[in-house]
Design a protein around this ligand. Structure first.
Ligand SMILES: [Zn+2]
Length: 177
């Protein structure tokens, strides 16, 4: 299972063997976009929403960014990933998002993982695992499930500690309130 492997191994399993420098460059690109997703997650934290942020990249450019807003929008589906997918669909004028990469700070839940498959997204890069609800191999396996015909490349563990730290901060503050 790809999600169980580190970023470098997961990439190697799916792509042509790359020289070390190229691999390094790709990792730093992942970190650059994950930092933007982290910035989104911080905005959610400020709004007292569960701090998850997402950005979608197409052709090397960010075409959508979003953060968790279910409370503010009174919308149980307003997860960062769903909001980002909607924005990206509008931008691309397409309900299919082939060629796009979604960066998200936390492993997607079952709803979001299902939406990534529906969107025919090419690649998912996430930060920290979610052992309780993650649907990319942790609690469930929706992404790359053998019964589904769409495969997407999964890279996990990019800036995982920073992504997890935001969540921990959120739950610590919530307990203190
Ligand atoms: Zn979700």
């Amino acid at each position: 299972m790809l999600a169980a492997e580190g970023p470098r191994n997961a990439l190697n399993a799916l792509e042509e063997p790359a020289c070390f420098a190229t691999e390094e460059a790709r990792e730093s690109e992942h970190e650059r976009f994950m930092r933007l997703a982290l910035r989104e997650a911080e905005r959610a934290l400020k709004d007292r929403e569960v701090p998850v942020g997402a950005v979608i990249v197409y052709g090397g450019r960010v075409i959508a960014r979003a953060h968790n807003q279910p409370i503010r929008r009174n919308d149980p589906a307003a997860h960062a990933e769903i909001l980002a997918l909607r924005k990206a669909g509008k931008k691309r004028q397409n309900y299919r998002l082939g060629g796009c990469t979604l960066y998200v700070t936390i492993e997607p839940c079952a709803m979001c993982a299902g939406a990534l498959v529906m969107a025919r997204l090419s690649r998912l890069v996430y930060g920290a695992r979610d052992p309780k609800a993650g649907a990319c191999g942790s609690a469930l396996q929706v992404v790359n499930h053998s019964a589904l015909n769409h495969r997407l490349q999964v890279v996990e563990g990019v800036l995982a500690d920073e992504c997890a730290a935001l969540l921990q901060q959120f739950f610590r503050e919530r307990r203190a309130r």
